[in-house]
Design a binder for this molecule. Structure first.
Ligand code: TYD
Length: 209
């Protein structure tokens, strides 16, 4: 059955590891699964990703940034996500429209309603069935990131990342039916157990419908 699941969280929350583990678990259970990431996930989208995340592009404007993320999203929705969902595949997406609201909206202070209109235009209104928010305090996330490669957005001030995290927490509160908040400071195994439990519940309630 098709299910559109997105993963959100501050940088360094460990989403990508969790997505990989969930994908392996669902495949072992006999489900067809597709994993994608934003920005990127298509040939066009990966090129946009390069532009928007490059440390060279320090002059990029907030509106440009919001539109580039949205352009990459328009491409992946039409080219990858919608066809997969129509084919009954479970789609796991590493970030989606909520990242635009958190980073460009709460983080950069862009108008949330304007961003929602752009998101609707880009996605044709496609919203996730379920969104996991893997929460880690800003300092923990950034410290984890420092160990790896950092991109232009990682290099921004702590205050920006704190606004992003507070924004995510507001989004979770505003739409509790879609979001599942998880404490990302737990072990990888503990976080995965919670994620699997929730996905199992959704699959079972869909099966019994
Ligand atoms: P990435 O290296 O994929 O980071 P992560 O592993 O944390 O997802 O970089 C994506 C960055 O882009 C991340 O800092 C969040 C940011 N972003 C936005 O600012 N707006 C968006 O709409 C999206 C999708 C991502």
């Amino acid at each position: 059955m098709s299910l559109f699941i997105t993963f959100e969280g501050p940088d360094g929350s460990g989403k990508s590891t969790q997505i990989k583990l969930l994908s392996e678990y669902l495949q072992a259970r006999g489900e067809r699964v597709l994993v994608t990431r934003e920005p990127g996930g298509t040939v066009v989208g990966e090129q946009i990703r390069e532009v928007v995340l490059s440390a060279r592009n320090q002059t990029i404007q907030p509106a440009t940034e919001a539109l580039l993320f949205s352009a990459a999203r328009a491409q992946i929705v039409a080219e990858v996500i919608q066809p997969a969902l129509r084919a009954g595949i479970i789609v796991l997406c590493d970030r989606y429209a909520d990242s635009t609201l958190a980073y460009q909206g709460y983080g950069l202070g862009m108008d949330l309603d304007a961003l929602r209109a752009i998101i609707r235009f880009a996605t044709g209104g496609l919203a996730p069935d379920l969104t996991f928010y893997v929460d880690v305090p800003v300092e923990v996330g950034l410290a984890r990131r420092q160990r790896g490669e950092t991109n232009r957005l990682d290099q921004k001030a702590i205050a920006y990342h704190a606004r992003v995290r507070a924004g995510f927490l507001e989004l979770v509160k505003a739409e509790p039916g879609r979001w599942v908040g998880i404490d990302g400071t737990q072990t990888i195994e503990q976080v995965q157990k919670q994620i699997r439990g929730e996905v199992e519940r959704r699959l079972q309630s869909a099966d019994s419908r």
